[in-house]
Design a protein around this ligand. Structure first.
Ligand SMILES: [Zn+2]
Length: 375
């Protein structure tokens, strides 16, 4: 049985560890001890060395007791988007908040907690279950780097659940967009504006022209784009010779994200050419879209597990952002993301109800029970 007091204890313990990206070691040590205590074989990969962090991804396996059930991978990430040093947790009516000027760190410590508790409950009950694998990753927040370093060849599972999104608890994310980051360095020609403005080529003007040439905002129902940062220029009286612009393009359609990206690069090139300047464009793929059919066994099982955990009608939805699930899907492991119920992520009033994390833990246990039954 899922134990609400144990959920609270685990979550508080994890929240009180400061684990920004690259410094997840303290959480990995704790989790490794817990998993070994439950009989898991554990190991860490080389993601820590490669990424310059203090631990690699923490991986674990426990052989199954249901003979024909396919192995299942459970995933959550150990890092938080920023340091939560100095965190003071306020607990009121079963809701956790941060009382100091830090985030609480619900993302993704709620996911880690739900996996740990749900697995423990399943093992306590002793029902037949599949071979279980766990991937607690590092550096998710800085670009899914831990997951990108994870070698699926070291895993037996060919399907996964990622516990890494907020409200509603038990909601199932079956699709996310592809996401490109774009960066532009615009180069013009500096000149003293009082003496020889005609010698200057304004990089700011090129950037302005480029931005006006490109489609931005909501492009269509699947596609969005933004230029979010502009930095450049040196003084009031100098024609600016350098501007940096950064932005992004996302779409649930791979073709559209590439078309939008091209449109943004082309707009900068055209504006630079028109003014006699130059531009260097850099495009980085942050993550690639996925879409799992609503009728896929992974989704059906998650819906049924949610119902058994007390959610009348689990929400199935698309999301606007990526997670480790994008990398796992890209690597050939169909993965959906399950919601933990936290709210106001990264905002001033980031909070989570303990009851929601307890319910998410029940979902984990029910997923294992259903998988053990061959569902
Ligand atoms: Zn997350």
């Amino acid at each position: 049985m899922v134990d609400a007091a144990r959920v609270r204890g685990t979550l508080l313990r994890l929240l009180n560890m400061d684990t920004p990206s690259g410094r997840e070691g303290i959480a990995a040590d704790f989790l490794e001890g817990e998993l070994r205590g439950m009989g898991f074989l554990t190991w860490r990969d080389d993601a820590g060395e490669v990424l310059g962090g203090d631990t690699g991804n923490l991986l674990a396996r426990l052989e199954g007791t249901a003979p024909h059930a396919p192995p299942l991978l459970l995933n959550a990430h150990m890092d938080t988007v920023v340091s939560t040093a100095g965190l003071v947790i306020r607990e009121e009516d079963g809701i956790l908040r941060a009382s100091a000027a830090t985030l609480l760190g619900v993302d993704d410590k709620c996911g880690v907690t739900a996996i740990l508790e749900g697995v423990r409950a399943a093992l306590d009950e002793g029902f037949p279950r599949p071979t279980l694998e766990i991937a607690f990753t590092v550096c998710e927040e800085t670009g899914l780097w831990g997951a990108k370093r994870l070698d699926p060849g070291t895993l037996a599972a060919r399907q996964a659940y990622a516990f890494d999104t907020g409200k509603p608890v038990g909601g199932i994310v079956v699709a996310t967009p592809s996401h490109n980051n774009l960066a532009f360095t615009v180069r013009g020609m500096a000149a003293h504006v009082g003496m020889a403005p005609e010698r200057g080529i304004s990089a700011i003007r090129i950037a302005a022209d480029a931005i006006l040439r490109m489609p931005l905002g909501r492009i269509d129902e699947e596609t969005t784009a933004n230029i979010g940062v502009i930095e450049g220029g040196t003084a009031d009286n100098i024609v600016p010779d350098r501007v940096e612009c950064r932005g992004e393009a996302r779409s649930h359609s791979e073709e559209k994200v590439e078309r939008q990206t091209r449109a943004m690069v082309d707009a900068f090139q055209a504006a630079a050419q028109a003014a006699g300047g130059r531009v260097e464009a850099r495009v980085e793929r942050l993550y690639t879209r996925f879409s799992v059919e609503r009728g896929h066994p992974l989704v059906r099982r998650a819906v049924e597990a949610g119902r058994r955990a007390g959610i009348a009608d689990p929400v199935i939805r698309a999301a606007g952002g990526g997670s480790d699930a994008n990398v796992l899907n890209l690597r050939g492991l169909p993965t959906v993301v399950v919601g933990l119920g936290y709210e106001n992520l990264f905002g001033a009033d980031e909070r989570v109800a303990l009851a929601d994390v307890t319910q998410a833990s029940r979902i984990v246990a029910e997923l294992l029970r259903l998988a053990g039954m061959g569902q």
